[in-house]
Ligand binder design. Structure first.
Ligand code: IPE
Ligand code: IPE
Ligand code: MG
Length: 248
């Protein structure tokens, strides 16, 4: 029996975020170039996205390229950007078949123009889909996002449209890229690294963290289901005591 049968449908997280890590090491282990790892990593993305839609998640946010990743060798950046354009182009019909709506968040103006165009086209082409939202974090970092929110709020204060004392968590969240989504209940990182790498810092305040040593190209829907089962076995206390939680 697989992990899927052990997932309780009434306790599913709505939003899962993933740090897809380990492509380079996976390729190196096989004596190949890092870019080969990225290429095979696309298969894992397809698997995960379709597994997430199949199980009924509402939002899946994938960390595809960080602000810091711009510091990689230019050749690797170019390979990643080309892969991104090709993948989004090729996968859009499949997204539609699976009723998936594509979104992107990050400093998208930094992406090469062909990338921006293809991304916008696929976002537009899938905008009517009513199933899961696939949200790609691209040229994204949480500190960039938080600073952007701070600047927007500061401008509103300066314009006199909001008072500083009215800025609360809900107000602040409205200025984040994820404004319309619930915070991720579960954050998964592959490759064995146990760090956040500037991902969703505000939103993961109370997320369950799940680290697996599986390298991203080896990640399958079964791994996702395994993470969901592990998530469902945890007690989320939000500062309360166990007895209070059990009484709910
Ligand atoms: C994740 O794999 C993909 C991106 C960050 C774009 P890496 O490229 O970070 O692979 P490792 O961590 O070096 O193995
Ligand atoms: C985080 O992975 C970013 C993405 C998965 C896109 P990195 O491989 O860039 O993170 P670090 O450098 O190991 O923290
Ligand atoms: Mg990495």
């Amino acid at each position: 029996m697989g992990f899927k049968e052990h997932i309780q449908p009434d306790k599913l997280p709505q939003h899962v975020a993933i740090i897809m890590d380990g492509n380079g090491r996976w390729a190196k282990q096989k004596g190949k170039l890092r870019t080969f790892g990225h290429k095979i990593g696309v298969k894992a993305v397809r698997e995960t996205v379709e597994g997430a839609a199949e199980i009924g998640l509402k939002v899946l946010t994938l960390y595809a390229f960080s602000t810091e990743n711009w510091n990689r060798p230019q050749r690797e950046i170019n390979a990643l950007m080309n892969l991104l354009v090709d993948t989004i182009h090729q996968e859009t019909p499949r997204l539609i078949e699976n009723r998936i709506q594509l979104r992107a968040m990050g400093d998208l103006s930094q992406l090469p123009s062909n990338c921006q165009r293809q991304l916008q086209k696929s976002i537009d082409d899938t905008a009517d889909q009513s199933g899961m939202i696939l949200n790609l974090a691209l040229s994204y970092s949480a500190r960039w996002e938080i600073l952007r929110a701070v600047k927007a709020l500061a401008a509103q204060v300066q314009a006199g449209t909001i008072r500083p004392e009215d800025i609360d968590e809900a107000q602040f969240s409205k200025h984040l890229c994820t404004a319309e989504f619930p915070d991720p209940e579960l954050l998964i990182r592959t490759s064995g690294e146990q760090r956040i790498s500037n991902y969703l810092l505000w939103q993961i305040a109370y997320s369950e963290l799940y680290f697996t040593s599986c390298l991203w190209p080896d990640f399958t829907r079964e791994h996702l289901f395994e993470a969901l089962v592990a998530y469902q076995q945890r007690e989320r206390r939000f500062g309360k005591i166990s007895e209070q939680v059990a009484a709910l």
